[in-house]
Structure formats: C-alpha cells, structure tokens
Design a binder for this molecule. Structure first.
Ligand code: ATP
Length: 347
C-alpha cells in the first residue's frame, strides 16, 4: 500500500524553480531517501510533505488522503531533524510527552504513552535522565521516540546524522535503520550523504536541479546508472568521454575500450567502477601509466592515465610478494575488466 504519494509536484519561488515535476511514492513500512547535491530540492520536498511549504502545483497524498492544502498539524507526520535538540531542562520522558501535552492529553495517558514509546526505542530505563546525560545515539533515539509517541503515518528525517561524528554516525545509522525496520515505520529521509542513503534505504530518489534523475534500490542505481551524473554520484565511477566507432567505444584520444557488442551508437560516456578493474604489470588489457598510488589500509587506490583519461582502480592492498607491491609512479601498467561490467551512457 502506498503511504505517501507525490504527483507532479512543483515549487517555484518567483522565477526560481526549487522542485519540478516531482513524482514518487513510499510503500507502507519503507524507508525512502531523497539524495542529491546541495540545492537540488530535497529539503523543499520534505517541507512540502510536512506542510510547511505549499506546492505551486501537483498533489500530495498520505494514506490515500489528499493533504496538499492541509496545515502541518492536520497531517499526521513527525519531523525529526539533526538540530531537533531535546529540551535540556526536561527529562527524557517529559521531552517525549511534550507533543501529547500540546495536544491536551491527560497526565496519566501521557505518561503511559511516553513510557511505551521509550520502551520501543529501548530507552525506558533512562526515562528520568536529562538529555545531557545521554550519548549522541541515545539522544537521537529519544528524538525518534518523541515522534513515535504521536503515532504518525509518516516519519520525516532531515539529515538525521549530520551533526554526529564519523564513528557514532555508523552506529546511529544502523540503530535508526533497525528501529525503522522492526517498527515498520514509513519514512522519508533527506540526506546528501550517499553512503547513508545506500546503507539505510529501501529505495532512493536521486535529485538534481529540482528534478528526479533516477529512483530505485541502491543496487539499481549502482549497477544501472541512467546517466553520467548518477554513475558519479552514487558510489564512485570512472566516467570517460568518447564515442562509438566501428562498434567499439573509443576515448577522445582514440583508445579502444572493452565494449559489449550491439552498443548504443549514441553513447557519449563509458563508465566502469574502480573495483571492477584489475591492474597488472603486463598481460592483457588497456595500456596506461601509473600516476598515483594511495594506500588506504585494506585497499589501495591507483590512478592510471590511459591516454588523457584518468582512471581509478581500487583493489585489495597487495601482499609483499605481489608484483603490484613494487609498482612505482610512472610505471607502465595494464588494466583489464569484463566488458559486461562497463556501461555506456548517452548523457
Ligand atoms: P541542501 O542540501 O543544501 O539543504 P536542498 O537539496 O535541500 O539543499 P532546497 O533547500 O530544497 O535544496 O533548495 C532548492 C532550491 O530552492 C535552492 O536553489 C534554493 O536556493 C531554493 N530555495 C529554497 N527555499 C527558498 C525560498 N524560501 N526562497 C527562494 N528560494 C528558495
């Protein structure tokens, strides 16, 4: 069942277009991420769903009900965002009960529901603490409980992890995802962090310049990027300009790339992921020159010039006996990959 549907939603500020012809949906219990570079329209979309921004055209439905013109309090959504600081002078339980108090729910019922919500995020044992006595992850869970207590149809998460440090972010990420899945919370999340989006979402909607470039599962976007923008934004990829000649893709300086037959004649870019390429001193493959080697611990990243195209290769760091361990910048190398793991893109 579709819990949230956006149909041809547009938002203009005067002449400026923030969101254009946006259509998407979220099935009940799914987490869908809006992903994209700064200014692409993610926050505007989220705010239109919450009801803080009115669309210029198009419609928004929550559980089948048209909410396009409704005020925020008339739609049953809960917004959790990074700067959604808990009130410092209230205990965790009081923070969680606050929304109910605003809705004039009596004390006994409020306490019961707050406790219930805290139990669901496994914070009931810390109900009497103050926010400053909680870890960053626990604070985020308390913020989630504050939404949960209102039993919303949709959770809206706005960059929920962006003010946590890198280590904590990983923990809280799986924490939020775990809760979202076990409680089957229908969730729309905004993030500009592709790793966050890839690891947490059932589906992603990748936006650029106010519009949807591609939507689908993380795997869809990673394995079958629709265009060069998607290939480069979701995971990293080598995106090499060139053209098809005699059924082969040739880079701008004429180097021929492994190409699947029957390729689109309109192809303008060739894309292959760094981890799909093997690098050797000699043997078969495209010839190149090693320009840089970056030791990343478990992995090593090589930058190889093939003509005037720069190609990244990521491999497990070679052991001391591996020929590749002795490679020096400036050495001639060979790059090989399966033509089937490359993609041709028309734009
Ligand atoms: P970020 O990741 O930086 O938060 P975003 O993808 O969330 O970016 P939005 O905040 O939705 O992007 O903004 C989309 C576009 O709409 C931007 O070009 C922005 O400048 C413009 N915009 C947003 N709000 C307004 C406003 N109130 N008035 C005029 N233009 C606006």
């Amino acid at each position: 069942m579709k819990s949230l549907e956006l149909e041809n939603v547009c938002k203009k500020y005067g002449e400026a277009v923030a969101v254009t012809d946006m259509s998407m949906h979220i099935l009940t219990g799914e987490l869908v991420s809006l992903l994209g570079p700064s200014g692409c329209g993610k926050t505007t979309t989220l705010r239109m769903v919450a009801g803080f921004v009115e669309p210029s055209s198009g419609s928004i439905r929550i559980n089948g009900r048209d909410v396009t013109k409704l005020a925020p309090y008339e739609r049953n959504t809960a917004l959790v965002f990074q700067s959604y600081a808990l009130f410092p002078h209230m205990t965790v339980a009081q923070n969680v009960g606050f929304g109910l108090e605003m809705r004039k729910v009596g004390k006994a019922e409020r306490e019961e529901k707050s406790f219930e919500a805290l139990k669901r995020v496994r914070l009931d044992h810390l109900a009497d603490r103050y926010p400053r006595q909680l870890s960053g992850g626990q604070q985020q869970r308390a913020a989630l409980a504050r939404g949960l207590v209102l039993n919303p149809d949709i959770f809206l998460l706005d960059e929920p992890l962006s003010n946590l440090d890198a280590k904590l972010r990983g923990e809280v990420r799986s924490e939020i995802r775990g809760l979202q899945q076990s409680l089957e919370l229908t969730t729309l999340m905004v993030t500009h962090d592709q790793e966050e989006a890839l690891t947490m979402s059932d589906k992603l909607v990748l936006m650029e310049a106010g519009g949807v470039r591609q939507s689908g599962t993380a795997q869809d976007l990673y394995e079958q990027p629709a265009d060069a923008f998607v290939a480069d934004f979701v995971g990293r990829s080598n995106v090499i300009p060139g053209r098809i000649e005699d059924g082969q893709f040739r880079t701008e300086d004429g180097t021929s790339m492994p190409t699947v037959s029957g390729s689109s004649v309109d192809a303008r870019y060739y894309t292959v992921r760094p981890e799909k390429i093997t690098l050797s001193r000699d043997g078969d493959g495209v010839m190149g020159t090693l320009r840089e080697r970056l030791y990343l611990g478990a992995q090593t990243e090589y930058t190889v010039m093939v003509g005037n195209a720069s190609i990244s290769v990521v491999t497990a760091t070679p052991g001391p006996d591996d020929m590749r361990a002795s490679l020096r910048v400036g050495d001639a190398v060979r790059l090989a990959w399966d033509a089937a793991s490359a993609r041709l893109l028309n734009n």
